[in-house]
Design a protein around this ligand. Structure first.
Ligand code: SAM
Length: 244
């Protein structure tokens, strides 16, 4: 392991905003913070917003600076990436943001019923063909239902037409209420189809996003409501269309 990575892992242990549960603490077992994030970490009743696969946490940090009346938690498995977000939060003294190093597969053991109000999924791997790894597949949405408030909002920002279209088909198949659907975020901002707070929100750029933009990929965005007790079924979906 590189020296820089080791130094980051070492420093990660000092960040009060960063939680790094051991495998045994969260595998099929409730983590001690489950149902306790408001009371024990944020010490307020403000809504909790998760960013899944947050990497360096640009959305978690950007949104927490902008929305003081909400709490944000970035989740990722990679400690060296989380270090960046946790360092910014610590240096800036941001009290409404935290980070969690864990696998998203374990998430239902980390958050209690109705503990979370919104979920952001930022530039997740589309996981073509791997339904049990795709963050908007029924298996994951049904996990989110266990801790998301009834009708809580899921936001998806991606460069992947596959992930965008799959998620849209999923929302349509399950009659989920679609709140926003943007085919090209930056073109829409440039043409002032999107402006004000929404433009500001969608203009936060992540590390991966910068790379995709350089490669000329259009960035899409959608958001939808996820009801609490609805069985989620997969859309009919032609994976091969994206691989041809
Ligand atoms: C393509 S990167 C995007 C990172 C960041 N959102 C961005 O836009 O720069 C995907 C991120 O998801 C994380 N990730 C992928 N699968 C995960 C899982 N099962 N549990 C936790 N994190 C995961 C990876 O570590 C990686 O940081």
């Amino acid at each position: 392991m590189g020296k820089d990575k080791l130094r980051r892992f070492e420093e990660n242990r000092s960040f009060k905003c960063l939680y790094q549960p051991e495998f045994e603490e969260v595998f099929r077992k409730d983590y001690h913070m489950k149902g306790r994030w408001h009371a024990d970490h944020f010490k307020n009743d403000n809504p909790v917003v998760l960013e899944l696969g947050c990497g360096r946490g640009e959305y978690t940090v950007g949104l927490s600076r902008r929305y003081k009346e909400k709490n944000f938690i970035g989740v990722d498995v990679k400690g060296a990436r989380l270090w960046r977000g946790a360092k910014s939060v610590t240096e800036e003294g941001i009290s409404n943001a935290a980070f969690l190093r864990t696998r998203i597969e374990f998430i239902e053991w980390l958050f209690g019923p109705e503990e979370v109000s919104e979920i952001w999924i930022t530039f997740a791997d589309p996981q073509i063909r791997r339904d049990n790894k795709r963050l908007t597949a029924p298996m994951f949405l049904e996990r989110y239902q266990k801790f998301l408030k009834d009708g809580g909002v899921v936001h998806l920002k991606t460069d992947s037409p596959y992930l965008h279209e799959y998620t849209l088909a999923m929302a349509e198949k399950n009659n989920l209420e679609i709140l926003n659907l943007v085919k090209d975020v930056y073109k829409s901002i440039e043409e002032e189809v999107i402006s004000g707070e929404r433009a500001e929100l969608l203009s936060i750029k992540t590390h991966y996003e910068e790379q995709f933009l350089e490669q000329g990929h259009p960035i899409t965005y959608m958001s939808f409501r996820l009801p609490g007790n609805k069985k989620i079924v997969a859309p009919e979906w032609d994976h091969d269309r994206y691989l041809r």
